[in-house]
Design a binder for this molecule. Sequence first.
Ligand code: SF4
Ligand code: SF4
Length: 450
Amino acid sequence: MQTNFAPERLEDPQLKSSEKILRTCVHCGFCTATCPTYLLLGDELDSPRGRIYLIKDMLEGGKPATQEVVTHVDRCLSCLSCMTTCPSGVHYMHLVDHARSYINQTYRRPLADRAMRGLLAFVLPHPNRFRLAMLGAMIAKPFKPLLRAVPAVGQRLAAMVELAPAGLPARSPLEGPRVLPAFGERKGRVAILSGCAQTVLAPGINEAAIRLLNRHGVEVVLPKGEGCCGALVHHMGEERQSHAFAARNIDAWIREIEGEGLDAILVTASGCGTTVKDYGFMFRDDPAYAAKAAKVSAMARDVTEYLATLDLAPARKMGDTIAYHSACSLQHGQQIREEPKTLLKRMGFVVTDVPEGHICCGSAGVYNVLQPEIAGALRERKVDNIAKTRPALIAAGNIGCMTQIELELRKRGSDLPIVHTVELLDWATGGPLPERLAEKGFKEREILAH
Ligand code: SF4
Ligand code: SF4
């Protein structure tokens, strides 16, 4: 795509980088076919190509964002399906991240929108605040119809309350900084991201990952000072906040790397993993953090990427049919498609692919709160497609997708459980039956004689 940026504007490194991305787009439109919002809305401006034009026009002219640009960029899920499809290698993620931050700097949103975004940014990245908010949302559930009637923010408040689970699990005994030693001879040492929302909604995921790693000779460290990866605020264009969260994590991990050393930094929520892998880009022009951030990103792994390098073998006789939901952040953001399925198959599970598996479930960070209608339509479509495979359970590698799909299952009165891939791998290799499966009546499986 031809661009016409004034040369002095390209002295801004962020604009320069976006201009380079814009020039790689050849307008072919292949990406429109796999874009969930184009699929649902059929409007070119809600396709990747349409958004690229809008962003180009906004950045090139140095104009403040218009309501039109904001509407169509806000509707983008950042699912990155377009990046998988694009034959020219357009880095849409970096472009839309820049656009979101530019919008935040140049556009004044209506008060209700600002209040909603402010609330999400205040609550979500902090586990204690999030826990309180979830308890509040559980109490507010019966009042959902009243919430819906609140002017301007009703639909969003109702969506937030609806997403809250029926109950919260107890705090994990593994919360807080600590070192979990390997059983037997130590073969590796990794850090694992505790994160924010996942610690509250499903602490069992990291507990399963740690048990599994420890049993396979890997020491796990939860370093002092790490927390939210910054993704949730990053996708809302809050660059200052997301960089502050990221810098805190980088400092915590670098202390550990320079101390006892680390082989990898593991992430069990793929939405967070995509962001941690991008820290190097986020800090590329920061002399104090560029090298440290690049090092952290190079060491970041989705938990299944790392587990694929270990010698995992089944300890129980598994045979259930699993619908594997491939989170967008894993398949498009990190290009990880086969590892989770291969590991599950190695454990004896029968793994089925979900039709239209490349299309987002509508979770996308806080998208399901900010854009409840589109998110709801995508959620229904996803669960319809999952149901076609007639699975005994669903596996996924991202807490956001798990919460989103679980909501739809709850609405349909379905008993189908959804668990994290690592919980199944832990169970199959000798760990306990995952709680979510026990609640749905699953029984322990026969131990294999070795
Ligand atoms: S990130 Fe997803 S929703 Fe956004 S333009 Fe690309 S395919 Fe469409
Ligand atoms: S597929 Fe890539 S090159 Fe083609 S229009 Fe979409 S972003 Fe541009």
